[in-house]
Structures are given as C-alpha cells and as structure tokens.
Write a protein that binds this ligand. Structure first.
Ligand code: GTP
Length: 597
C-alpha cells in the first residue's frame, strides 16, 4: 500500500468516556465487520475485560475507508490499554502510530487518565484530534469541555468534533478527520527491515502471535527474522492483518501494521518495544527507548486447600505464557504452606490475574497483602531487592532502606479537595502542585507507592463519591525510616500478615490491625492474644476472649435441619480458613486486616 493512503492512530480517553463504543462504530460504519457479527465491544475480547469494562490487552483493527476525495484509505486503529498499570505498553504502542483521537466525555471533561494518556501521545509526537463524545446526554456541555481541554491540556480544541458514539452521530466526520487531519506514516521500502514489536499474546491454536508495525523495509511470509533484544531468530509461518479477525497477507510494507506467528514458544520470548529485522542484511540500529516492563507490586498466592498446589502451579504457568509482565517464584510460608510470590505491574493487574485464577481455574486462593519492592542497602555494601516483608533480614545488617515513590495526579471537584489533601497527607504525601480549571482542582503529590498499592483507590473513590480521578508514574527510590512489623496470633508470628511500615506510623497501623483481627478471627475455646511487634517489641495488643459455654450450647440446640444447615455452613466456612497453631484464621482476614479506615 502507498504510504499516503495509510493512517495509523489510537484512541486516548479516560475510562468510560466511550473509547470502545467509538471503535465499534468506526468498524461498523466502514463495513469492516458484517452487521450480524457485530457484538457489543468487539475489541474487548476477553470476558473479564468486558465485565469490568476495561481494555487490558492492546488490540488492533484494519479498516478500509473510501474517503470524500475518492480514494480508499487503510486506517489502522491500535487499541491501547487505558489503565495506569499498563503505562509502558501504552507508551510503546503509541510509538507505532502517528496520531490520536482524544475522546472526552462532553458531560464530564478532562480526567486524570485523559491527561496521562494524552501526554503519552504528545511524547510520541502525535497529531491529535479532539473528539467530544456523548453529546446526546442532556448534561453534555461541549463548549465548556472545549474550554476545559484548552485550559488543562493546552490543546487547541476549536475544531473538536462533537459526536455520540452511542447513536452514531458525527462518526462520518471522525473518519474524514482521520484522513485529512492525521499525517500519513513515513518509511523506506528499500531500506533493511525495521519493525517494532507492538504487542504479543498467546493464542491456543496459533501459539504466540506477534503484532508489528513496519518502519522500513518489507516483511514477507517465510522470512527469517531476528529480535534485536533477545537475538533469537525465527521463521515467519503466517503473516496477516486483523480485520479484526485474521486475514492472511503476502507482505507488510512500511507504515503497515499486522501480525505474524513463528513457532515462538512463550510470550516471554517477545519483548514489547523490541526491534525486529531480517536475519541476513538486517538493520544495525534498533529503535530507541526499549525497556522491559518491571513488576512493582508483589503478593503471595496460596491455595486455601494445600492439595490444590499442583493445580495452582499449572494455572500460573498457563497464565504466564500469555503475560510476560507477570512474574512468579515459588514461595513457602510457615503459616500458609506452599504457594507463589507473584509480581505485577500494579494493583489492577494483580486483581485481574487473581480473578482469572479463581474463575477460569476454579481455585480458592489466599492472597497476602500486596507489597512493593524495597531496596535494602546492607552494611557490607550489597544492595538487595526485598519482594516479601517476611524475608526482611535482621536490622543490624541493614544500613538503610529505600522505597519507590510516585508522582500522582488527582483531579477532583474543589468541594472534595480538602478530603483529598487529608488523605494524601495521611499517606505520607508531599504536595507538589495545585491548579484549577473551572471548579475542578488538579493536585500533584509525591507519595510512597507502598501507601498507594493497598486501598488508596478505594479510599479516594469513597471520600469523593467517585468524582476524583487518579493516575501516577513511578518517580524514584528514596530512603525513609522503614521497619518490618509482624503480627502474632496466639504468640505465633503469622508471616503472611507482616508488612513494611514507616516507623512513625507503626503504632497506629499495628493498633488498627490487631483491632481488625480481633473482629475477624472467630472465638475459640481459649483466650487468644493478638499482637503487633517490631522485632521483639510488642507495640499493640488485643485479646480475643474465649467462647462461653452457654453460647455453644445454644448454637447446637434446636431442631435437626437447623443443626444440619449450621454444620454445612461451618464446613463451607472451614474451606476458607487456615490453621495457625491452634487458631483458625479466615481468608478474608489477610486482606481486611490491612485496610485503613
Ligand atoms: P474502557 O473500555 O473502560 O476504557 O471504557 P471506554 O472508554 O471504552 O468506554 P465505553 O465505550 O465502554 O463506554 C462507557 C459507557 O458509556 C458505556 O456504558 C457506553 O454505552 C456509554 N457511552 C459511550 N458513548 C456514548 C454516547 O455517545 N452517549 C451515551 N449516552 N453513552 C455513551
């Protein structure tokens, strides 16, 4: 295809502003998918994505569009993930295209993820077409939102396109704008092959599928290609474009986007952002800026029933075939037995994986508290990564500890600003900036990631009744006074409950945790002390009193069916309990104990 007949673009938007609905409309109006095959939100192929309404894996579709100038253009849409956990994937896939549609809900305005994503697009040098969606809503205020885009992003919005992705209003204008306002790709057909690895995934029938954008040269079926990061060489078995189903193609030239398969065993062997060239006569200079995605949040996953360990191992292996950014390592815990220590790109990533393990593989899991990676500077000069608070060495060997900090951007109606400032302050935040656009405030904070990984999103949502939006980037590692706090139940340390905490916060956190645990652990026939400790020093203590005899008597009294029901209920409850010495702790306790009110 001639370069000037190609347009490559992505859609950037805050969650729920209508990215998927618009993509579906573009596909539908160009007849790319027959009407009867049009399922709601074609691009979100995984169930879990559809259910949660979030796009996790980048997808793409090739659309043929006969424009008003009489020529037929090829439009390649790359669907980028919208969530902060996948920021690296977003920034890479943006480099595969030349322009973006910036979709903003005309009843809402610019939100934190709009900003974060538009910055990725600007970084990648994109031409940007602002699109105001949902103008069918009575609450839509296109003029105010145009102003808002100019004030907050600094982007000229005077020729923003007003649409309703839901009803189809304005979609022809969007298609025309893609052709007239976005630039055509550049590239040299005669130069050595230089292709960017945009995405890869595991397909049960085809194995690993690799999505590429050709920068220079031509890729053909049967070619032998080399991945410049890993130096591995593969023969291309299948070359296709996505419409969105795969349609085989003989070659991909400059500016084109497509997929290939090449008997690649695992997704791990393909690095997003890597440069692919021919084995012989290839290019010598890779595309700039490659870096592997780093997991930042770690937690332990253990089967509730120890007999499920093998099943968990299988499930984790299968999932990691398709997700290179999910790292795992076997772990044993005195309390929880055999399990895995897993690393994730962020909290949402963690939740998605845990959900899939529980639903698709029918596993009952205990998830330990999410923790970040701390850097331990040992007195002997060694620097260690601490993925699990349980592995914290004796403090006498440690010179100092550093933790990851983030730069958070929060946008919120100014009525709630006070609550946000208070929340960030409680989480050891340092305010960096505060600006207003209309009656919305934009505040930037420097925060420890450890204070955010747990329940920060939930708290943010609840204190602002859902009106705040939030985004972050990891900024740096910085030293702070951090200690390991252990929890002892009936004098026994429960390693899965130990956390790293700032020394000044330890008493308050410890107190909150033991109080929570007192409510979460059912009474036993004996008294149970619940303690929080730093080293050997107890900093908070509660006692769960013993069950009274007459209570049990009452419980087991009554008619036979009631008794049976009660016993069944207890059995079901038992499944989710873990035995620690003589004490049973319910699964919910591991997470609930850590929530801060
Ligand atoms: P994520 O995939 O979660 O990032 O969201 P998204 O940006 O893709 O939003 P999606 O297309 O899923 O739309 C979010 C909600 O807004 C859905 O309930 C849509 O039906 C609705 N919606 C999308 N476009 C319009 C529109 O033009 N008008 C109205 N009234 N609702 C719309």
């Amino acid at each position: 295809t001639q370069l000037d007949l190609i347009r490559n673009f992505s859609i950037v938007a805050h969650i729920d502003h209508g990215k998927s609905t618009l993509a579906d409309r573009l596909i539908q109006m160009t007849g790319t998918v027959a009407e009867r095959d049009m399922k709601a939100q074609i691009l979100d192929s995984m169930d879990i994505e559809r259910e949660r309404g979030i796009t996790i894996k980048a997808n793409t579709v090739r659309i043929e569009y006969p424009a008003k100038d009489g020529k037929t253009y090829i439009l390649n849409l790359i669907d980028t993930p919208g969530h902060v956990d996948f920021a690296y994937e977003v920034s890479r896939s943006m480099r595969a295209v030349e322009g973006s549609l910036l979709v903003v809900d005309a009843s809402q305005g610019v939100e934190a993820q709009t900003l974060a994503n538009v910055y990725h697009a600007l970084d990648a040098g994109h031409e940007i077409v602002p699109v105001l969606n949902k103008i069918d809503l009575p609450a839509a205020e296109p003029e105010r939102v145009k102003q808002n885009i100019e004030d907050v992003i600094g982007l000229d919005a005077s020729d923003a396109i007003a649409i309703s992705a839901k009803s189809g209003l304005g979609i022809p204008d969007v298609l025309e704008a893609i052709v007239t306002r976005l630039p055509a790709p550049k590239g040299d057909r005669d130069a050595p092959l230089k292709a960017m690895l945009v995405d890869s995934w595991y397909d049960p029938y085809l194995g690993v599928v690799v999505m590429v954008r050709i920068m220079d040269g031509v890729m053909k079926k049967g070619d032998r290609v080399r991945m410049m990061q890993t130096n591995a060489v593969y023969g291309i078995d299948k070359l296709a474009v996505l419409k969105p189903q795969m349609v085989d193609i003989a070659e991909l030239g400059p500016g084109e986007i497509g997929i290939f398969t090449a008997s690649i065993k695992q997704v791990r062997d393909t690095r997003v952002g890597d440069t692919i060239t021919h084995e012989r006569g290839g290019c010598t200079q890779a595309l700039p800026g490659f870096k592997p995605a780093q997991p930042v949040v770690f937690c332990g996953l253990f089967p509730v029933d120890a007999n499920d360990f093998e099943a968990l191992r299988d499930a984790i292996e299968k999932l990691s075939l398709n997700d290179a950014s999910f790292s795992t390592e076997m772990e044993t815990s005195a309390a929880l037995g055999f399990g895995f220590r897993c690393g994730f790109l962020g909290l949402l990533h963690l939740e998605v994986i845990r959900d899939r393990l529980e639903r698709e593989y029918d596993l009952d899991l205990i998830t330990t508290a999410p923790s970040v990676v701390f850097k331990l500077y040992m007195k002997d000069g060694e620097v260690r990564d601490l993925h699990n608070p349980a592995d914290m060495p004796d403090l006498t060997y440690v010179d100092h500890i550093e933790e990851p900090r983030i730069k958070a951007t929060i946008m919120v109606p100014d009525d709630y600003l006070g609550d946000i400032l208070k929340l960030c302050q409680e989480r050891r935040g340092v305010q960096l900036n505060l600006t207003y656009a209309g009656n919305r405030a934009m505040v930037e904070y420097d925060l420890p990631l450890a204070e955010v990984v747990f329940d920060f999103y939930d708290r943010l949502k609840s204190v602002t009744k859902g009106y705040a939006s939030f985004d972050y980037t990891i900024s740096e590692y910085r030293e702070d006074f951090l200690v390991k706090m252990s929890i002892l139940v009936n004098e026994e340390p429960v390693d899965a409950l130990s956390i790293m905490v700032h020394r000044d916060r330890a008493e308050a956190r410890g107190r909150a945790m033991v109080e929570k645990l007192k409510d979460l652990i059912p009474r036993h026939m004996f008294k149970i002390p619940i303690q929080a400790a730093i080293g050997a020093r107890v900093i908070a203590r509660e006692t769960l009193s013993a069950m009274r005899k007459d209570v049990t008597a009452k419980c087991y009294g009554g008619d036979a069916t009631r008794k049976k029901k009660l016993l069944e209920k207890q059995k079901a409850g038992k499944k989710r309990m873990r035995q620690f010495g003589k004490v049973e702790i319910p699964q919910e306790a591991f997470i609930a104990a850590l929530k801060m009110d």
